[in-house]
Structure formats: structure tokens, C-alpha cells
Design a binder for this molecule. Structure first.
Ligand SMILES: [Zn+2]
Length: 145
């Protein structure tokens, strides 16, 4: 392949990837906005999380006080619907629980967190059951259009 064509192809792939990442990010923002409104209505408080896509391995998601949610991108793209609903809900519930009761005042998956989960109409489960031993090629497949 000529270098020009290769460059155009690489630029095309780059744009497609950006578009895909944007749409995934857009879906997360949409889900978070829903949870913020719901939490505001149920608990009278909300917070706006900052999302980082840097989580790797078996961990589904992570909440970091006061306002960070770390997302495991391969698990998200391979379990999109469930991940948006349950994992984003799970992590947002951690942040909201800490905001309501104070950092370190409750157990990580204690009754206060469970009550927030139930108010979001979610099952208060500690763990996800996504397949985590995906080969890299499989994870990449799903992010490409
Ligand atoms: Zn948790």
C-alpha cells in the first residue's frame, strides 16, 4: 500500500475510533445524568462524577472520593447495556452514599449503600459477572465499527 493511502486509512480509523469513544462517553453521561436526577429526587443530593477510562483487569468499575468513576473500557464495550445500568449505578451509589453520610462513615457495601441502590431500582450486588479473560483482539473488535 502507498504511504498516502495508508495515512488516509489510519486517519479514517482514528476518526471512527474517536466517534465510537464519544458515543460510549455520551451514553455514560446520559446514564449519569439520569442517576443524578433520580438521586436528587430520592435523597436531595447529587454530584457530578468525572469519568476516567483507565481501569484494567477484572475490576468492573471503581469510585474514588469525592467524584471520580473509573471505567473498565473492555468490560463496558462487551457488556454495554448491563454495564451502563448496573456498574455505573453501583459506582454512582458509592459516591452518593459517601456524600450523604460522610467518607468512611459507612461500610463499602453496607445498608446505606444498599438503600441508595434500591432507590435506583438496582440489585445491591457487590460483584459483576462479566467475562474478564477476553483476548485483546476480541475487546478491540467491539470498539471498531
Ligand atoms: Zn462496590
Amino acid at each position: 500500500m502507498y504511504p498516502n493511502r495508508l495515512n488516509r486509512l489510519l486517519a479514517f480509523i482514528h476518526r471512527q475510533r474517536q466517534r465510537m469513544n464519544l458515543s460510549i462517553d455520551g451514553k455514560i453521561q446520559e446514564r449519569l445524568e439520569f442517576l443524578m436526577r433520580l438521586g436528587q429526587r430520592q435523597w436531595g443530593k447529587q454530584l457530578k462524577p468525572h469519568v476516567k477510562y483507565d481501569l484494567k483487569g477484572k475490576c468492573g468499575g471503581q469510585a474514588i472520593w469525592p467524584n471520580i468513576i473509573r471505567v473498565n473500557l473492555p468490560l463496558l464495550v462487551n457488556n454495554e447495556e448491563d454495564y451502563l445500568k448496573n456498574t455505573i449505578g453501583h459506582e454512582y451509589a458509592h459516591l452518593l452514599t459517601d456524600k450523604l453520610h460522610g467518607l468512611g462513615k459507612t461500610k463499602d457495601h453496607g445498608i446505606e449503600w444498599k438503600e441508595v441502590m434500591w432507590s435506583f431500582d438496582l440489585e445491591a450486588q457487590r460483584c459483576h459477572n462479566y467475562v474478564t479473560n477476553l483476548p485483546k483482539a476480541t475487546a478491540t473488535l467491539h470498539t471498531n465499527p
